[in-house]
Design a protein around this ligand. Sequence first.
Ligand code: ADP
Ligand code: FRU
Length: 324
Amino acid sequence: MWQFCRYYTMNSGRILCIGLAALDIVNTCERYPEEDEDFRANFQRWQTGGNACNTCTVLNELGVDCEFFGSMSYGLQADFICKHMEERKLRYKYVCHTNCGTPTSSVILSLRTGSRTIIHARNNLPELKVEDFEKLNLSDYRWIHFEGRRNEEAIVKMIEIIEKFNSMKSCTNQVKVSVELERPRESLLQLLQKGDVVFISKDFARFRGFSSSSATVQSLHSQLKSGAIAICAWGEEGADGVGPDGEVKHSDAYPPENVTDSLGAGDTFIAGAIYSFCKRLPLQDAMNFACFLAGVKCGIQGYDGLVKEALKHNRWPDLFSVQG
Ligand code: ADP
Ligand code: FRU
């Protein structure tokens, strides 16, 4: 019954994604360059990046009422990010900082191997604080997704605020929480117990000594809060997940004809999974859909036109039309 409360009844509020909005300078290259080489990209583009912003961008593409919340600097790069969110009609809230730069990633996409190499500069943008989070009206949201960043302790407190809010609400009006553990940092472990859904990246899993997604979820399952789900995506090998019954479910990846841009595949996967849970899909289907969507994303540049491209495959026509 608890399980039913968590995943099968849900209020109709927005999905909020909390974390980073960054500038991605993406260089599409024939191959990965040699060290010290003077190398030419086939083309270069600027796009919005950052895990939470990417996940929100994909949810928005999927037609979900969603919102981004994070820190922002000011100046040319920040203006670019805001302008693009506005062009996409993506709702966003931010706390502005004037004494720092905008987090920026220089990305090399190799058409030969499909790899995406990221050089990320944080540029000292401060993380969100609990006081910032306290200004939100939690009744506006049905789901809040946290990208696990350096403010882990603040994130724990933010989730405790949600837990307190939920304790005063009926099942249908509670806010679901998901967290992403991506960067290889021990301190992120405290978030494991805090999500209804916990997304674990392969980088984090490897850092914890695991060599597959199934071993990761199997082992971390006992550290989740009661009734929670853990999902670990693992590039071309797809993903594994485990729910309250402890049974590990697997989805293969859905490789596109050509991998042209795997930047943000993990963020797209998370959007696909959250979207599926909001549509009341069970874990197995949610993982299949998330892998499918991430695979489609790898076959196109950026995120624009993702749903149009996905619909061409005619695999999940119902899911794209059912209202959550
Ligand atoms: P990240 O972007 O965080 O490194 P992953 O590489 O683990 O994320 O990929 C997340 C998901 O994206 C995978 O589970 C898979 O479904 C899909 N994916 C990633 N790379 C490919 C690929 N080359 N071909 C098909 N699907 C992929
Ligand atoms: C992709 C991404 C990029 C961003 C970088 C930050 O997952 O979010 O958009 O620049 O990672 O590490």
